[in-house]
Design a protein around this ligand. Structure first.
Ligand SMILES: Nc1nc2c(ncn2[C@@H]2O[C@H](COP(=O)(O)OP(=O)(O)OP(=O)(O)O)[C@@H](O)[C@H]2O)c(=O)[nH]1
Length: 601
């Protein structure tokens, strides 16, 4: 039987955020001539608007490069992009499963960071050949020797051969391509065997239907193949197969070892499940590929349209987003205060922000977002375990035996001088110290167990400000733990606003309850009457503040005369009002729902 082509190399780039992965990908594409410089939009691999703005990679992309190596042979190099943020570790592992090698990019100034480590572990789990690249050596402050030491010390890879590169100036690019050809093993797999193609991503296209991004592991597929999805048993006739250069190029067939896409006029993205195996209905494989475990959302929040009439449009938009992003989950939810909306689950906080922004920007929705919450396991007197992702649904205290909260194992890398600051922060955040190691003379790796709910509170911001931005964090769920937790409710003008309820450790409850009402007093605009704000645990009021009544009409500031000024002021008010939700007699601005996150312990 014929072996998969010896001249194919499938690889990813793994890196901590901002260490230069996208820039390096651009240089590789440019160098191999896939796109001329002029054609090349900046950062072609990150092609979603939002990504470009934030400069982070979210969705996977893949590109086929053609490279004539020094040995005179022409190679097909498939570069599969990976996201670099802690929220998207799951997607990284998906793309790595489609590769045989990985370029490990480390910033020559920053050195190894938390996501460098997390990604390297994933690459090792997938048995990938790892090629170390020390990037940004053009910077005057680059310290490639120190970074080499870190790679050896922390990761245990031989760094003597690490490539010194600058994705900015082009240094080392050719060396990287040569190394990929030499070091990354060609794909195994028989192209005469029954078809097995791993779906590592899928996407909805208005013209072609649901498209599967695949790695062909065995066999071949072409237009007309009757393909069978092994998870669902559904059969579709292939209309097109192709590759990304990064522009789409239709090809005659894809065969073992190759990476590309398959279109089959599939209406529903649910039929192209990521992790599923595609086989040939007429000559099926007996066993599916291992696939992926499902990503579990860790952070939940309520999303409500400011204008209730947007509800249906919002549901359609969420469904559309879900097609592209299976890790987003949502279900209808009703809030006494906010009306009809959705409870949405996300991989993490960044994922949550991105979805919110896409809904507002791409679908033109005006939303109110409630503070994020984790999932609590509540053991009730009846002997049930109830999963609570919305604090306002917590059963009455009398019926609760215990509450368990999710705990994560957090890895923090930081210059040694900030160890004290990190320890203090983790103490405040109810962390449990596990280990501390030096990764080089001046930098330290700390491992802690922390409640996820504390990370959802302002952990990132605190970590950043207390270490001047020098700390990096990665975490993974490691279990649930029983904790003494209570729910705080907020009453505005005597009415409970369910969307403001939150769950907190008993020891912190008074402080947070008090500070929240203080914050809310500053956020809730004055009205014609006094508004008492109270925080309560059960029936017990723990803090109270009052927003005093408004004295002057805002228009009186205009001194009667200038009508255009008056209009401008009214316009301004309108914009301010947009993000307000009328709850009973009180208008609550968006900020109020997030205020609880801004409380310092
Ligand atoms: N001086 C210098 N700057 C570089 C180099 N490579 C990348 N940069 C810059 O570093 C920043 C981050 O680079 P990106 O390529 O966006 O980083 P990334 O790793 O793709 O980030 P994510 O997509 O978020 O994972 C950008 O401002 C780049 O211009 C380099 O070799 N030298």
């Amino acid at each position: 039987m014929a072996q998969a082509s010896q001249r194919i190399r499938n690889f990813s780039i793994i890196a901590h955020i901002d260490h230069g992965k996208s820039t390096l990908a651009d240089r590789l594409i440019e160098y191999t001539g896939a796109l001329s410089k002029r054609e090349m939009e900046e950062q072609v691999l990150d092609n979603m608007d939002l990504e470009r703005e934030r400069g982070i990679t979210i969705k996977l992309q893949t590109v086929q490069l053609t490279y004539k190596a020094h040995d005179g042979e022409v190679y097909e190099l498939n570069l599969i992009d990976t996201p670099g943020h802690v929220d998207f570790t799951y997607e990284v592992s998906r793309s790595l499963a489609a590769c045989e090698g990985a370029l490990l990019v480390v910033d020559a100034v920053q050195g190894i960071e938390a996501q460098t480590l997390a990604n390297v572990y994933l690459a090792l789990e997938n048995n990938l050949e790892i090629i170390s690249v020390i990037n940004k050596i053009d910077l005057p402050s680059a310290e490639p020797e120190r970074v080499k030491e870190e790679i050896e010390e922390v990761i245990g890879l031989d760094a003597s051969e690490a490539i010194l590169a600058s994705a900015k100036t082009g240094i080392g690019i050719e060396e990287i391509l040569e190394r990929v050809v030499k070091m990354v093993p060609p794909p195994q797999g028989e192209d005469q065997a029954p078809l097995k193609a791993l779906i590592f991503d899928s996407k909805f296209d208005a013209y072609k239907g649901a498209i599967s991004y695949v790695r062909i592991v065995e066999g071949r597929i072409a237009k007309g193949t009757k393909m069978k999805m092994m998870a669902t048993g559904k059969v579709f006739e292939v209309t097109e197969v192709g590759v990304f250069l990064p522009a789409i190029r239709i090809v005659d067939e894809l065969k073992a070892g190759q990476v590309g896409f398959i279109a089959a006029s599939i209406k529903n993205v649910k039929d192209t499940q990521v992790g599923d195996t595609i086989t040939d209905a007429e000559n099926p494989a007996t066993e599916a590929l291992p696939g992926y475990r499902q990503a579990t959302p860790m952070v939940f929040c309520g999303l409500y349209p400011v204008d209730a009439s947007d509800y249906n449009r919002m549901r359609d938009s969420l469904e559309k987003l879900h097609l592209n992003d299976a890790s987003l989950v949502f279900e209808p939810e009703t809030s006494v205060a906010l009306g009809f909306g959705f409870r949405c689950g996300f991989l993490g906080l960044l994922h949550m922000e991105i979805v919110q922004e896409r809904l507002e920007r791409e679908y033109d929705l005006n939303l109110i977002t409630t503070a994020p919450s984790v999932i609590y396991n509540v053991n009730t007197l009846k002997g049930d375990v109830v999963k609570i992702d919305n604090p306002s649904n917590l059963p009455p205290l009398e019926s609760i035996v215990s509450i368990e909260e999710p705990i994560v194992k957090a890895t923090i890398l930081v210059p040694a001088e900030y160890v004290g600051a990190i320890m203090e922060l983790n103490q405040e955040k109810r962390g449990t110290y596990l280990t501390m190691d030096y990764v080089s003379k001046s930098r330290v790796k700390l491992i802690y167990e922390l409640p996820l709910s504390e990370i959802v509170f302002d952990y990132f911001d605190q970590l950043k400000s207390r270490t001047k931005g020098y700390a990096s964090l990665d975490y993974e769920l490691c279990g649930y733990q029983e904790t003494d937790l209570v729910k705080i409710d907020v009453l505005l003008n005597g009415e409970m606003v369910d969307a403001l309820s939150f769950i907190v450790h008993r020891a912190k409850s008074y402080n947070r309850g008090r500070k929240l009402v203080e914050k809310l007093r500053g956020i809730i605009p004055r009205q014609m009457f006094e508004i008492p704000i109270q925080s309560v645990i059960g029936n017990k009021v723990i803090a109270r503040e009052t927003v005093s009544a408004m004295r002057k009409d805002v228009l009186s500031k205009c001194y009667g005369g200038d009508i255009s000024r008056k209009r401008k002021l009214l316009e301004k008010q309108k914009v301010g009002k947009k993000r307000m939700k009328q709850v009973g007699s009180v208008a609550i601005p968006q900020d109020a729902f997030m205020a609880v996150l801004k409380i310092e312990d």
